[in-house]
Design a protein. Structure first.
Length: 400
């Protein structure tokens, strides 16, 4: 009888062990994998085509060489594509209130007849466009060389005014709750005189390729619509390099939730921990190099076997899921006995736009890659439309 009782007890124990393996407990983070993410219904980033569109062509002296180039149809193709993106589209020469009628080719042939402006004041144009977008669902496109200028004022050296001009652009674009923007970068033939930072003409000996831009302003949903087109059908925008501002729902980006309402402990305290964060679709292309993983006031580090430290490993899957592997991190509980890990991404401008493609000195003339003062123009736009320092922030909380 005693042996029978012992056998029955062993069977119960074995059965319990098997059940634990097949059906692991739900009151711990199994295998030390801790899950958090964003609810798709919370992130409000709808995309809708604008009702009307207006395309403005900067026909100033600094832009005319793009239209004088030999056998270069990129401007014609670009203008034609912009006209057909929206059913109701009007085309204007900058500072001319009368819409221009005709085919893209006819419009561009008339650029040479437009008056040369002494300076392109982006902040003035942006201010008027932003006020219009506040009351009208209109997308505004400006075709420009992207060079800020002060003409002959202040001694004529625009370099000394770049910080001022950046601030003016920021002021023109801030405090508009439903305003977003984009910058599309292209390259086209350039033939003629170039006006440098001192407002001095430099005659080029031959035709070269030069970058130029389409600066876009519109309501947030409309600029997201444009971004979707560029992501899915880039040929419709002539395959530009692009950057977007003001299209994210930053409030929702800071509202990540744990996958369970319960505050759970790790299954294996002291073992390797994997933090899994499911990002919203809009962040699926996030650069992991901009990520920071912070715990107890400092960057979360793993301790190697030799006593040295290294940052915890961060990986991103194709669908945007982040995985943070902490193999031997010295977790410290807060006053409530909880481990709190913060994952966030800095909201910075890609280096190409503010370093590789920007120059502060074009005194000797243009090259085929850089634009004078581009970094200041882009920083001014970002500061006005998207001043947030972080792109997203998520706190992951668990017990030892």
């Amino acid at each position: 009888m005693k042996k029978l009782i012992i056998g029955l007890v062993l069977l119960v124990i074995i059965g319990f062990i098997i059940k634990k393996i097949i059906d692991p407990p739900t009151d711990v983070w199994a295998d030390n994998k801790v899950y958090a993410g964003y609810q798709s219904t919370v992130v409000n980033e709808t995309a809708t085509a604008p009702v009307v569109a207006e395309v403005y062509i900067d026909a100033s002296g600094s832009m005319k060489p793009y239209f004088m180039a030999d056998n270069d149809q990129i401007m014609t193709h670009l203008l034609g594509n912009l006209q057909h993106l929206t059913t109701n589209t009007s085309v204007y020469f900058l500072n001319n209130p009368k819409p221009y009628k005709g085919t893209p080719g006819e419009i561009l042939k008339n650029v040479k007849d437009q008056p040369n402006l002494s300076a392109t004041t982006f902040h003035s144009f942006f201010s008027k466009a932003a006020a219009q977008i506040d009351t009208t669902d209109v997308m505004v496109y400006l075709i420009t060389d992207g060079i800020m200028s002060i003409g002959n004022r202040g001694g004529g050296d625009t370099r000394h005014a770049l910080t001022y001009l950046k601030g003016e652009i920021t002021k023109a674009l801030q405090n508009h709750s439903d305003l977003a923007g984009a910058i599309l970068r292209y390259s086209g033939g350039y033939k003629g005189n170039y006006w440098n930072m001192k407002n001095q003409p430099i005659t080029l000996s031959k035709q070269i390729q030069r970058p130029f831009y389409v600066i876009v302003l519109g309501r947030k949903a409309a600029v997201r619509w444009l971004e979707d087109i560029n992501n899915k059908k880039p040929t419709e925008l002539n395959n530009p390099k692009s950057i977007y501002f003001g299209v994210h729902d930053f409030k929702a980006h800071n509202d990540a939730k744990m996958s369970t309402d319960k505050l759970l402990p790790l299954q294996n305290p002291g073992g390797e921990v994997t933090l899994v964060l499911n990002l919203p679709q809009c962040l699926s292309n996030l650069d992991v190099n901009k990520l920071e993983v912070v715990h107890n006031g400092s960057v979360l580090m793993d301790i190697r076997s030799d006593g040295t430290t290294q940052k915890v490993k961060v990986e991103k899957e194709a669908d945007g899921t982040l995985r943070v592997s902490a193999q031997n991190a010295p977790f410290v509980p807060n006053v409530n006995g909880e481990y709190v890990i913060t994952i966030y991404s800095l909201n910075t401008i890609p280096d190409g736009w503010v370093s590789t493609w920007s120059t502060d000195n074009d005194k000797t003339g243009p090259d085929e890659n850089t634009t004078f003062g581009l970094a200041y123009l882009i920083e001014g736009i970002k500061n006005g439309l998207e001043p947030q320092d972080t792109l997203f922030r998520a706190d992951i909380v668990f017990l030892p």
